[in-house]
Design a protein around this ligand. Sequence first.
Ligand code: MOS
Length: 743
Amino acid sequence: MAQEANSVPAIIGTAVPRVDGPLKVSGSAKYTSDFHFPGMVYAVPASSTIAKGRITRINSSEAEKMPGVLAILSRENIGKLYRPAPDPNDDVHVDESRPPFEDDVIYYSGQYVALAVAETLEIAQAAATAIQVSYEQEEPDVTEHLELDGTAKPGSTRGDAEKAFQSAPVQIDQTYATPVETHNPIELHASVAIWDGAKFTLYETTQGVTNHRDAMAQVLGVPKENVQVISLFLGSGFGGKLFPWAHSTLAAAAARKLNRPVKLVLSRRSMFTNVGHRPSTQQRIRLSATADGKLVSLQQDYVNHTSILDDFTENCAEATPHLYSVPNLKVTSGLTRRNVGTPTPMRGPGAVPGLFAIESAMDELAIKLNLDPVELRHRNEPEKDESTGLAFSSRHLVECLKVGAEKFGWANRTPGVGSMKQGDLILGWGVASCSWIAGRLDCEANVQLRSDGFVRVACGTQDIGTGTYTILAQIVSTKIGVPLERIQVVIGDSSLPAGPISGGSLVTASVIPAVSAACDQAIATLLFTASKAADSRFRDKTTEELALTSGKIHQKSSAPESGIPYELLLQKSNVREAIGRGKSDMAFLDPSAKPTHSMHSYGAHFLEVTWDPEIARLQVSRVVTVIDAGKIINQRPARNQIEGAIVMGIGMALFEETRYDAQTGHPVNSNLADYCMAVHADTPNIDVTFLDYPDFVLNEFGARGVGEIGLAGIAAAIASAVYHATGVRIRKLPIVIEDLLKV
Ligand code: MOS
């Protein structure tokens, strides 16, 4: 354990309602596609109907003649677009490296081939349909089964896993598969682009305004200063909105070409082809153990698909090196190319499919050992991160399992298949551990203490719906000592101090040090100003002395009866504001900077399914989840995140799968009716507990993040519960009724 001595102030850890809640429920929160500007026109892309081949001709004469059509843009006339250049000083990221319309080659179904721009959305849609595109068609490869292309890449390795596996008394050797999953945030991707002759203002659905600006500047070939990206509210993203996609480029290029504001909103169908997906994975897991359940070796050999042009690795071994104690470990990974768009991170990338495999295999091992699966995990709890030799900053997996088992009533479990009944229903119980990275990204922020009594905090990060507005207000409230109602949180704009992407569950941990430092500096500035002014309490003190006492003074100012409200100090000093700037970085996480601790979040899921063999109905009936994610800043959105992730995990285990038609290469279920997800009727009673141990290695409040961890492990817990109920072990998701009818 890291230092536990610091105490954490009161507003941190409470369940205050979201500060942006009233804006959202009243409909006044402006999402990207809510923006309208005078003279705005609508863009609709024409998409390839083939998945492999070449465009031979684009005939847009009919479309161009339609009244209200302003332009049909294609490679001929859209203007110059660039691939972002790798630059060590300018770390921009796009998933699909080729800009739209760069050449005539088609690599996936739905690829944009032209763009219709018109006075109304309906005309633009009609015009896009009227564009005639001829192709030279080839047979696409969208094969579901994955075979490695080329040689496997070595990953984390220790000991001699091959040899240890051969000689160990108990072995598991199984292959697990997860399908393509598509992010389906309710808010469609959208861009509203404005070009004023020199500068782009881009309203975007992005999880990263700063990266989006930097990337678009490169793609459009203009300096960063000439691009401003705004994303005030997001209807979620799940990773699909982390990095810019081609439609942003098209909207901006069309605005430049036509000198009119352009709105482009994706169709749900395009959401399945043009803005990423979680790639399919196939993982061979070999586990071996002693007869009393001590792991001897762990091997994970995985392959995932990627697109033709870009390499995307779904890091299935994200949690593998540190999850359990095992002397011999070996990971390999590989890619295979398909005629699909480029994959992208989806909630808990890597760890989510990875832990489906690892945790399923652990359950299979427990059965083979005739050992309780919770006990198997207890017997393999590591004392340190065995992949690096580093101490864990804060790890409480054992306690997660113990608390979860207690709350769930795990002690009443009888291990025999189908041995637990509730009326006509068979009950299945399953357990799985989960883990997700903890860390920090670069972040800058500024804080203004204003004489009107309001504090403004600004940071170029954004809120994808997880609660970032509220968390920032809580941090500032704690540091400055003013109530939440007097804090103005300004985010979602690339012109603000550069902030982190809303990704990796890293925002909370990243903003705390920067915002906190900005608060400290604002107070120091205020006190310095006051010391120069007439206030006798400060006149005789040096700046250093004042800076040192600032903590006490700002804490006092929160109590109305004592201390000095900061706005009074400003008024006495005859200034309107005091500004502080803060910065934090990820340098201490960089392997070359020698990290001091192994930092991860952990958790345990206990889960019950009911199986009705008479009518072949499977339902998840109960979930108890215990999460160790550091100090929870706000219990309410944190609980929402874990609950939502569990529901998503039920979808992953039982429903979600994007299926491609072998001939056309197009997803056959590219709509919300046919792409099944877990809905309310599939959602059981969910009991979430946070252990709430602060992890002070990351920041002064000890907070990590909770956006993703809840999804990891759920599918394995369900597969294990299904086995317990039915005796059928499903190693390929989703679990479908047909699999269980074979019983
Ligand atoms: Mo998350 S997949 O990092 O948005």
